[in-house]
Design a protein around this ligand. Sequence first.
Ligand code: UT7
Length: 329
Amino acid sequence: MRDHHHGDADRPVDQAAVICGIGAELPPTALSNADLCTRLDTTDEWIRSRTGIAQRHIAGADVSTEDMAVSAGARALRSFGSRRVQALVLATTTPDRCCPATAHAVASRLGLSGVPALDLAAGCTGFLYGLATAAGFIASRMAEAVLVIGADRLSTLPARGDRTTVPLFGDGAGAVVLRRGQACEDGAIGPVVLGSDGTHGDLIQAPRAGTLRMQGSEVFRHAVDRMASASTQAATAAGWRMQDVDRLVPHQANARITSFVARQLDVPAERQLHNIHSVGNTGAASIPLLLAQAAADGRLKAGHRVLLAAFGAGLTWGATTVTWPDLTP
Ligand code: UT7
């Protein structure tokens, strides 16, 4: 993901992909636990205590993954201050159709017709797979800058009336722009650790919308183990000790999962970012949405050393590091 060349001072310079724009989109309709209790055999107390979720945002029937991706992508391009990107990666588990991919329509609506664009499916780890893919496009000199979007309508996956899955999921999108830069700059993405294990593919399955089956407690165990070990590997690969981490940004699957991960890593509560209480599990959107919100409200500041970790269906997992840049979402 990095290469060496000789700079003006005739010293090797580590190249890297650098975050230089960010944006997000949440559908306006929030569905509270109390709203859910009118249609599911559940309680606000159960959902809050087992998951940390108080509400989730739900896209209307007329709002597609494409629509949310376009909104988040447009904001990220505005924050970058340019439309000059040469590729688009859309991480999603809920593309609008089998064929063609959703990314092409997103690119065209953003005024990027002609650039290479692809959908990338890696469950809730999709955004980190997307960052690695975009960094590869930049390292291979295919692109100077790449738009990476995570967008999902996970609320469409559970079966209606399934109290074990309906409360968990919400809809949304988040996006960043990566550009070619140097590893020493704020915003530079560190080494990305990724993995997958299809032998456990049956733990989270949805052959199509409305058919999700999840073995919750098994998934819970794998999520904690994989996010903690990927985080340790990514921090070590970046040359960070865990006490160097100013902000842990884990995929928002369940507040109990993320607090177990933080405990295993020994990251104190004030260094953990979360938004699961207000958005639920938004899949590939989870990490960029949380980054955008935290950058906007000051929980995330320029210079913070940030550790990102994700886990999802596949099974898939990943982690990486970034020193947060000075950005306006
Ligand atoms: O992005 C990655 C994808 N997914 C995840 O990361 C999810 C990971 N797993 C989880 O978050 C948790 O396992 C859940 C939140 C899904 C479930 O929590 P749990 O503490 O593992 O509960 P459980 O599945 O062991 O169920 C405990 C009880 C069961 O009743 P019995 O069999 O003990 O009588 C469930 O039927 O809770 C019951 N239950 C509910 N009760 C009220 C399950 N869902 C509900 C509900 N309201 N919504």
